[in-house]
Design a binder for this molecule. Structure first.
Ligand code: ATP
Ligand code: MG
Ligand code: FE
Length: 339
């Protein structure tokens, strides 16, 4: 089954064509206009999607060496995300479905991130604990089968990706901050300073990241400009370790608690080198299989949306043309047709 996927939930305009687990094209345009503002400006994102959507979809079809005739169905993100940005992709795909008479399915963006990992695997086994770590989400999800999600923990405040981005901003680095901190941390001493780790008692699988960036702010205020400069890599390494450690501990504990012998990571922060190596090691020690996504499918892309859509479409499920965009769409229960 060949699926054309479209993703416009935030600041990446992306279109992809997949044939089963095979990616024929995955075109991503990251809007650079937001870099000067240190974060995404919603209005500008919507306008950029409008400008980019047609050329990006055309490019994906061209790379896949297909026309719309060769596509069996469409998949598009309908939430969570910026409403104006989501509407661009959603309405565009509705137009394609209407014009071709082929089915389309709305996909939850977080479910897309999960299938970005599954897309990287030949085979995946259930039950599996998924750690979803991205710019807006930090969640532990138990999957007992395809398309079945149970949220067992999540952040109460900031997402871990946000902690990376806000931390990078405080350190005077660029945006997005995750890859920059990751790179600098590799050459730093992670025992330079011990930042706090929030371990919540009432739900041991929940996360909290707002305290970490505040701790960084307070710590930086105590340093001279010279110290900041000299120890930038050490600060990055210490900060990154404090951000990643709770992810490791809670993910392993969740797999033990829920009897899952498989563990996987998904979302933009799944590209983080410390998270990847540390969790792999912890899984090896506990005898769990560990599924790593390819870098290309960690941050926002349409291949992951197409791959999730394929699971619905191959079961004959599709969305109505009246489907709306939902900025705060939750990952739970039956997803796809309605909120
Ligand atoms: P959401 O998926 O929750 O809607 P989003 O789509 O904006 O949010 P993603 O594209 O999945 O988020 O991920 C972007 C985030 O990943 C950013 O916060 C970025 O800093 C972070 N990130 C990317 N690469 C790395 C890395 N190597 N280390 C740490 N964080 C990273
Ligand atoms: Mg982005
Ligand atoms: Fe995302």
């Amino acid at each position: 089954m060949k699926i054309l996927g479209v993703e416009t939930s935030c600041d990446e305009t992306s279109a992809a064509v997949i044939d089963g687990n095979q990616v024929l094209a995955n075109v991503i345009s990251s809007q650079e206009i937001h870099n000067q503002f240190g974060g995404v400006v919603p209005e500008l994102a919507s306008r950029a999607h409008i400008r980019l959507i047609i050329p990006i979809v055309e490019k994906a079809l061209e790379q896949a060496d297909l026309t719309l005739d060769g596509i069996d169905g469409f998949a598009v993100t309908y939430g969570p995300g910026l409403v104006g940005a989501l509407l661009v992709g959603l309405n565009f795909v509705k137009g394609l479905a209407l014009a071709t008479g082929k089915p389309f399915i709305g996909v939850n963006h977080m479910e897309g991130h999960i299938y970005g990992n599954i897309l990287s695997q030949e085979q995946i086994q259930f039950p599996i604990v998924f750690l979803i770590v991205s710019g807006g989400h930090t969640q532990l999800v138990l999957m007992e089968d395809h398309l079945k999600y149970r949220i067992i923990g999540q952040t109460r405040d900031d997402a871990v990706g946000e902690a990376f981005d806000k931390g990078a901003k405080l350190l005077g680095l660029g945006y997005p901050g995750g890859p920059l901190i990751d790179r600098l941390a590799r050459e730093g001493d992670d025992s330079y300073y011990r930042f706090p780790r929030a371990m919540l008692k009432d739900n041991p699988f929940d996360f909290s990241y707002s305290g970490l960036k505040t701790a960084l702010l307070v710590f930086l205020q105590k340093l001279s400009e010279k110290e900041k400069e000299e120890h930038l890599k050490d600060i990055c390494a210490s900060y990154q370790k404090a951000a990643v450690e709770p992810l490791i501990i809670k993910t392993i504990n969740a797999a033990k608690e829920f009897g899952a012998r498989q563990v996987a990571i998904a979302g933009g922060v799944a590209a983080n080198s410390l998270l990847r190596t540390w969790l792999k090691q912890a899984c090896d020690e506990n005898g769990f299989a560990f599924y790593l996504p390819e870098f290309a499918y960690c941050t926002d892309n349409a291949a992951m949306i197409a791959r999730a859509g394929l699971e619905y479409l191959r079961r004959g499920q599709k969305s109505p043309l009246t489907l709306n965009a939902y900025p705060a769409l939750k990952l739970a229960g039956k997803i796809g047709a309605t909120q």
